[in-house]
Write a protein that binds this ligand. Structure first.
Ligand SMILES: [Fe+2]
Length: 234
């Protein structure tokens, strides 16, 4: 089996696959500063962006391509990155969007969730997470994944952030890529220092554009477009 096929088969076995040092350090530094510039923060200064310092939002997203700012083509159009995607999603998959995520120091991270409802196993999104800086004990914001949960149906009801037996905690280094199935349970640990991650989301052919509008948490289903809890889970 060739390299690409092995990666895809690992993905389908576990619900995710992690590739370290996939992108080079210089490119990551460059992209990291572009992202920080957008948010108006700099790691060497205190926050100077009023919105960010006042915001209670845990994760602040930015969709650069929707604003006509295609600054990240060396990831977006990277041959091997897209060859792996092609092997996972097969023909005529589509880019959903490129989303940058900023979390302030002291924010809660993300509770356990599935990016979209798992009832139909053929309707899902693929996260392609790229880390432009190291995640460490000092930064916090580790990603926690439940292996094989993309085959487990719905996320069990429970406390939103509580450990689940069998979970694995990862601290991705700069240049790491994680391909993660949207139905696979995942969460982000509390953030101790300003944290950036990026997601070059893709979907199989024929997936509705609003596939990630409804997110499944352990205590609710939440609809982003209308900002409402559409189901309490107890
Ligand atoms: Fe997610």
């Amino acid at each position: 089996m060739n390299y690409i096929k092995k990666i895809a088969s690992k993905f389908w076995e576990d619900g995710y696959v992690i590739l370290e040092s996939f992108f080079d350090s210089e490119l990551m530094d460059n992209y990291n500063s572009k992202i920080l510039d957008h948010y108006g923060v700099n790691p060497n200064w205190e926050h100077n962006n009023e919105f960010i310092s006042k915001s209670a939002v845990e994760v602040i997203p930015w969709f650069p391509y929707r604003e006509g700012k295609p600054y990240f083509d060396e990831i977006d159009k990277h041959k091997v990155f897209n060859d792996i995607t092609n092997e996972i999603l097969q023909d005529n998959w589509e880019n959903l969007y490129c989303m940058m995520m900023f979390s302030k120091a002291g924010s809660k991270g993300q509770a356990w969730h599935q990016d979209c409802p798992p009832e139909n196993p053929l309707k899902y999104n693929l996260n392609r997470l790229v880390y432009t800086h190291d995640i460490t004990d000092e930064t916090g914001g580790e990603i926690v994944i439940m292996p094989e949960a993309h085959k487990a149906g719905i996320l069990p009801v429970g406390k939103p952030h509580e450990d689940i037996e069998g979970q694995i905690v990862y601290k991705p280094k700069k240049g790491t890529v994680i391909f993660l199935h949207g139905h696979c349970f995942h969460r982000v640990m509390p953030v101790k220092k300003d944290r950036i991650s990026s997601n070059f989301r893709a979907v199989p052919q024929g997936t509705p554009e609003d596939i990630t509008d409804i997110c499944v948490y352990r205590n609710m289903r939440y609809k982003f477009s209308t900002e409402e809890v559409i189901e309490e889970r107890i």
